[in-house]
Design a protein around this ligand. Sequence first.
Ligand code: MN
Length: 250
Amino acid sequence: MSPPRIGVTGNTRVFSGADRSGVNSAYVRAVIRSGAVPLILPPLLGEHHHGALLDVLDGLVLTGGEDVDPAHYGQARHPAIGEVDPQRDAFELGVFREARRRGLPVLAICRGIQLVNVALGGTLWQDLPSEKPSALPHRAPTDRDVRTHAVDIRPGSRLAAALGTTRCDVNSFHHQSIRDLAPGLVVSATAPDGEIEGVEAPPGESWLLAVQWHPEEFHHHETAPDHGLFHALVAATGPLPATSGPAARG
Ligand code: MN
């Protein structure tokens, strides 16, 4: 049986003088660890590529990165907004909508949870430190696998099932978060200061789970509950056709 193929949305960066397409290896390592094959998706692809791309994918990871352009939720840019990449916004909004239309399972991380909320009609806090100050370190100056604040997980949620717990400490590197929740999403995790840290699709809809923290950064921690998010994504790609005879998919 072939392992499922998981698309991992990438970014563009100038590195050593060259324009590169790629993504943090932590996402790639976390997907490999879960038994799936990661495929990095460059944001340079246009809308006419989305169909061909999704034809070969079994699931999708929306990764962290730049701020979503507030024009996508009808607001002007706050002075403290971070870097914005219109091409990446267009690519990910399009790929996410098509993935949902096809019922592909989606795991969305950091920028990903924000993009999902915007794609479905919600809004964001553009800069938490100036718009909604908190004593919690949501943008922690730590190594990326250091847990700096707690989250409470809603019992019975897809997130609780994936993590195997209803409370855990998480890492946190964000200055934006969900403001108005999009219709069709349900909150599955909150920080002690009330920030939304997890959302998901309700029961009966295809699998969609989004978190504000970075579960991929624990890929090398043997016992981290965060592995459960990637395992749940892979499980949601569904069983492959039974290998009952020579006609079965190879
Ligand atoms: Mn946080």
